[in-house]
Design a protein around this ligand. Structure first.
Ligand SMILES: Nc1nc2c(ncn2[C@@H]2O[C@H](COP(=O)(O)OP(=O)(O)OP(=O)(O)O)[C@@H](O)[C@H]2O)c(=O)[nH]1
Length: 289
């Protein structure tokens, strides 16, 4: 389908077609009009297309091709009296195309890095709050559409402040990273851990009912508590979890429910796990006291 809905998804065959056809059109027009009209800028189009969608190396190859075609057009149309002048100009253009390709790749690389940073938590590498909300919203819609059950866990480190006080902020940071690494190792690949802020995390367990969520989160809790023993103090994790079939709840309500359960665990002595199944029509979200 043309034009594509998402330009980042252009197929390589389509890009090659654009690269070749744009170079043919530009060089034909350049040849036909001679020195009267300048087409210099348009020779950049194939270089830009190739570098953007086919990668740096192919961008270099297309830069070479464009400079050669331009040089050939100049020779064929006899617009240059001295061949060495044409050759010199060709080399200058080649350097310009290569520089353009290089700059474009640097900009694209920086853009990808920026997009990655915008989605992840800088300390732990887990997805951040904003990305978590977006992901959960998509998952809720998907589970509703396919009549499936989703579970959501809300984790908070118990007595984390003491780790910072006893071992320093760096050790506290290490503990937070450990939470993410251990969770990623313990959970399934389809599950996602997010850092919501401070020492609070959430895990999305797709296609998981209450029984399976209880099992997965119990495993996770014991793996985490084992790892937390290496830190000073008596850090552990409290988890609140909800499972919901064919969810119709707004994202915020589901998170609030899991958060409330986690606080119930905290109030009843910490280092525990509470999981509930909720049915959307009967869902009453109790405000946190
Ligand atoms: N090292 C480190 N500490 C952080 C970071 N973000 C927040 N904190 C600290 O995390 C602590 C969170 O405190 P709380 O969750 O209220 O306290 P707690 O000791 O875990 O108490 P309970 O949750 O009631 O068990 C605060 O002392 C914050 O300063 C971080 O990125 N790195």
């Amino acid at each position: 389908m043309w034009p594509p809905k998402d330009w980042t998804d252009l197929k390589p065959s389509m890009v090659w077609l654009l690269v070749v056809s744009s170079l043919i059109v530009v060089s034909a027009l350049d040849y036909a009009t001679g020195v009267a009209l300048s087409f210099s800028l348009f020779y950049l189009l194939p270089v830009m297309l190739a570098g953007r969608w086919l990668g740096y190396r192919i961008g270099v190859a297309v830069a070479l091709l464009c400079a050669s075609v331009w040089y050939g057009v100049e020779l064929l149309s006899h617009t240059v009296i001295e061949p060495w002048i044409s050759l010199w100009n060709g080399l200058v253009r080649l350097c310009f195309f290569l520089l353009f390709n290089h700059m474009q790749s640097l900009i694209l690389e920086a853009l990808v890095k920026e997009q990655q940073l915008a989605r992840t938590d800088g300390l732990t590498g887990a997805i951040n709050n904003r990305q978590f909300y977006a992901l959960l919203e998509d998952e809720l819609a998907r589970h509703h559409r396919f009549d499936q059950t989703l579970s959501l866990g809300y984790l908070d480190v118990d007595d984390f402040k003491a780790v910072n006080e006893l071992g320093g902020h760096n050790l506290g940071d290490r503990l937070l990273k450990e939470i993410v690494v251990t969770s990623q190792k313990t959970l399934r690949r389809v599950d996602t851990i997010a850092r919501l802020g401070g020492d609070e995390f959430a895990v999305i367990l797709p296609q998981t009912d209450k029984a399976a969520a209880l099992k997965a989160l119990t495993n996770l809790q014991s793996a985490l508590n084992k790892r937390l023993k290496q830190f000073p103090g008596s850090a552990s994790v409290s988890i609140g979890a909800v499972s919901c079939h064919k969810p119709e709840l707004p994202v915020g309500a589901l998170i609030k429910y899991a958060d409330e359960l986690m606080y119930r665990v905290k109030r009843s002595g910490k280092n525990g796990l509470l999981c509930e199944h909720i049915e959307p029509p009967n869902t009453v979200i109790e405000p946190r006291p």
